[in-house]
Design a protein around this ligand. Structure first.
Ligand code: G1P
Length: 292
C-alpha cells in the first residue's frame, strides 16, 4: 500500500472564530508568518506526498490565491534584490501539485470527504484537517503513512485530551494501547462528540488519518449523525480494520481565538529565529513583573 495523495478539507464556516472569519477562511489565519493551511500542506509534503486535493467552499478563494504563482510580487522582489523573500514566495507556489474542489453545501466533514472520491480513486489516502497544525519532529502524516503501510489498516492519529474537552471530538473505544506507547493499536469503535459520561475514553481523533478507498462507499451508506451532518467518524467506525496511533508533538486546532493565541505564543517560543522568540519572552516577562 503506497499513499501518494492527501486530501485537506477546508470548507467549514469557522463560526467559533467570528468576526475575523467572516470574510477570510479560518485556514488562512496566520500563525507566526504563515497561514495555518500552509503548515498542513507542508506536513503532507514532508510525508512524501505531492498530490494534494483541498476541499474548499464559498468564500475560500484566498486559499487558492495563496498557493498560486504571483508574477507581479516575484518580479518586484527580484527587482529590489530581496532574494530570501523571493525564495519563500516561490516555494509556496512550487510546494506540490495542489488541486481544488468545492463542497456545494456544508453538510459535514463526511460529506466534504466524499468530494475527494473521483480524485483519489481506488487508493488509500492521507486526510489532514486544514484548520489543525501539528508540530512534531517527524511529520505526523509521515508516521501515519508508515504505520498504515506496515499493517494494511486505516490509521487514525489519537491524543489524550482533558475529559471535559471530550464532547468536542471523535473519541476512540479501545481495549488497550498495550502494543507499545509509540506504536499503533486496534480501535474497536469510535463515537463522534459523546457526552463526558458516555465517552468510552479520552483518546480524541486529532484530525490526521490514513484511510482506504472503501471509506467512500461506507460514507455513502452512512446516515447523518451529530448535528444532522454526515460525520466521517460514523463511517470510519464501520471499516473492518482501524488502528490508532498516538500523536507525537503539539497539536493546535486553530478554531477559536484562544487556540490561535496559544498557537502563536507557543510556536514563537519554540521558533529558532531569535528575534521572534525574544520578543514574546520580553512581553511575557514584562507582564509577569507587572502582575507582580
Ligand atoms: C472534527 C471531527 C472529530 C475530530 C475533530 C478534530 O470535528 O469530526 O472527530 O476529533 O475534527 O479537531 P470538528 O472539529 O470539525 O467539529
Amino acid at each position: 500500500m503506497e499513499v501518494t495523495t492527501a486530501v485537506i478539507p477546508a470548507a467549514g464556516f469557522g463560526t467559533r472564530f467570528l468576526p475575523v472569519t467572516k470574510a477570510q477562511p479560518k485556514e488562512m489565519m496566520p500563525v507566526l508568518d504563515k497561514p495555518t493551511i500552509q503548515y498542513v500542506v507542508e506536513e503532507a509534503v514532508a510525508a512524501g506526498i505531492d498530490d494534494l486535493l483541498i476541499i474548499t467552499g464559498r468564500g475560500k478563494q484566498a486559499i487558492e490565491r495563496h498557493f498560486d504563482k504571483s508574477y507581479e510580487l516575484e518580479h518586484e522582489l527580484r527587482r529590489s534584490g530581496k532574494d530570501e523573500r523571493l525564495d519563500r514566495v516561490q516555494h509556496i507556489a512550487d510546494i506540490a501539485d495542489i488541486h481544488y474542489i468545492r463542497q456545494k453545501e456544508r453538510n459535514g466533514l463526511g460529506d466534504a470527504v466524499l468530494y475527494a472520491r473521483k480524485h483519489v480513486g481506488d487508493e488509500p489516502f492521507a486526510l489532514l484537517l486544514g484548520d489543525t497544525i501539528v508540530q512534531s519532529e517527524r511529520s505526523c502524516t509521515a508516521r501515519l503513512v508508515e504505520a498504515a503501510e506496515g499493517c494494511e489498516s486505516a490509521m487514525v492519529s489519537l491524543e489524550e485530551v482533558p475529559w471535559e474537552d471530550v464532547p468536542a471530538y471523535g473519541v476512540a473505544d479501545i481495549e488497550s494501547t498495550a502494543s507499545s506507547d509509540r506504536q499503533s493499536f486496534p480501535v474497536a469503535d469510535f463515537v463522534e462528540k459523546p457526552s463526558q459520561e458516555a465517552a468510552p475514553s479520552n483518546l480524541a481523533i486529532t484530525g490526521r488519518y490514513v484511510l482506504p478507498p472503501e471509506i467512500f462507499q461506507t460514507l455513502e451508506a452512512t446516515e447523518p449523525g451529530v448535528g444532522g451532518e454526515l460525520q466521517l467518524t460514523d463511517a470510519i467506525r464501520k471499516l473492518d480494520h482501524v488502528r490508532g496511533l498516538p500523536l507525537e508533538g503539539d497539536r493546535f486546532d486553530i478554531g477559536t481565538l484562544i487556540d490561535w493565541l496559544e498557537a502563536n505564543v507557543e510556536m514563537a517560543l519554540e521558533h529558532d529565529e531569535g528575534e521572534m522568540n525574544t520578543a514574546v519572552r520580553d512581553v511575557l516577562q514584562a507582564q509577569l513583573e507587572t502582575d507582580g
